[in-house]
Design a protein around this ligand. Structure first.
Ligand SMILES: [Zn+2]
Ligand SMILES: [Zn+2]
Length: 400
């Protein structure tokens, strides 16, 4: 059913660790999803390559694979070496959200199996799930975008979204057959496998693949369901609940195991991949887990100090502007930033204070300002700076 790991990497059975690593790097780069956007074929290859490397780069797993084939490593790979396996190869550096999740949920992969929410690498483990599928052809993964506001990201959010996807046909219970009767597959004569020999520079390999006609079952349905034309699936719409933890970033993704397209004729469903999109905020600028807010303050308030209501992600807060606050000062409002992906605390909000310069003034205002100008301390005393020459002296030096 599965391809030979050595064949996938294109290396000999006697290959050294270095050779395996080199071959892996080359292929991983070639099929990397970033280089092949929306290319299902490349994605499949990439999964295969990673799976092969996970096994062949590990002495123990490689020995078991050499001895017992896929059966020797299947179970151990599926139970997961606590996130170490897939990522340990230094391969899957897509998005650090996953390592963070693994920490957050205490070891990640092993535990996520039972939860509806698999915080796993999108490209990890797919092969194992498919390999274990008991019937039908596995459903495909589904990718959707989820737009979130900064407020939602700050505290985490639960979203209920409608998605269009392939669901099991109700008429035939997803079997594709009216009566449920089956007959032996003519393509593979019931074995569920098709074999192809191929010659490569490393010798001849026999490629064993799941039979495309019966999807590896060895049997095909007899009387087709008319509602789904024997596919066992139909286009439908479902609502999905997505729990987004605080602190996610644009481009992060969450994998909901088994919530993708239903597989034809009872095949295991694919995954739903939710890609996070962050809506730009009209008031705040995000800097990591902190947010920046620009605040213009009048000159008298900067000098005398005041209290001003400023917006935060949690609603307005009174901020104290201390006397003699200089322009460009960053005042911190602790704990009102974005929630950290790791841990329960939050980042901070910084208020960048600037001076407000009015464009229109009344006659009276102008009079007051002219009065103010007469003050001895209202203008900078830079002309008499003891450490350096004044601006005017410097300018004179340069241009003379
Ligand atoms: Zn049907
Ligand atoms: Zn077949």
């Amino acid at each position: 059913m599965k391809r030979d790991y050595y064949e996938i990497l294109g290396v000999a059975r006697t290959a050294t660790k270095d050779e395996i690593k080199k071959a892996y790097r080359k292929l991983a780069l070639q099929y990397h999803p970033d280089k092949n956007p929306d290319n299902k074929d490349a994605e499949e290859h990439f999964k295969e390559v990673n799976e092969a490397y996970e096994v062949l780069s590990n002495d123990d797993k490689r020995r078991r694979y050499d001895q017992f084939g896929h059966a020797g490593v299947g179970s151990s790979a599926a139970s997961g070496a606590g996130g170490g396996g897939f990522q340990g190869g230094g391969a899957a550096d897509f998005n650090d959200i996953f390592s963070a999740f693994n920490d957050m949920f205490g070891g990640g992969r092993g535990r996520s199996g039972g939860s509806p929410f698999g915080f796993e690498e999108v490209f990890g483990g797919g092969g194992q799930r498919r390999g274990r599928a008991s019937a039908g052809i596995p459903g495909t993964d589904l990718k959707i975008r989820l737009k979130l506001t900064l407020e939602e990201i700050a505290k985490g959010v639960e979203k209920t979204i409608k998605i269009k996807k392939q669901i099991a046909c109700k008429e035939c219970n997803g079997t594709g057959s009216k009566s449920g009767a089956t007959e032996t597959c003519q393509t593979c004569h019931g074995s569920g496998e098709v074999r192809q020999a191929s010659k490569t520079m490393f010798g001849q390999f026999v490629n064993i693949a799941a039979c495309p006609t019966c999807g590896g079952e060895g049997r095909v349905i007899k009387d087709r369901c008319t509602a789904c034309y024997g596919e066992g699936i139909k286009q439908g719409e479902v609502t999905v609940k997505v729990t987004v933890p605080a602190g996610v970033q644009d481009g992060n993704y969450l994998t909901l195991r088994g919530q993708g397209n239903a597989g034809p004729r009872g095949g295991a469903p694919g995954d739903l991949i939710v890609v996070i999109e962050e809506k730009p905020h009209e008031l705040f600028i995000r800097e990591g887990d902190d947010v920046i807010y620009n605040l213009a303050v009048s000159f008298p308030d900067l000098v005398l100090g005041t209290k001003i209501d400023v917006p935060t992600l949690d609603g307005p807060i009174k901020l104290t502007i201390p006397p003699s606050t200089q322009p460009e000062t960053r005042l911190r409002i602790a704990g009102h930033g974005i929630g950290h992906l790791r841990g329960s605390s939050r980042g901070d909000q910084y208020v960048r204070v600037n001076v407000f310069v009015p464009r229109e003034l009344s006659h009276q205002d102008k009079e007051m300002l002219r009065e103010l100008k007469k003050s001895q301390t209202i203008a900078p005393s830079g002309h008499h700076d003891q450490n350096s020459k004044s601006f005017f002296e410097k300018a004179r030096d340069i241009f003379s």
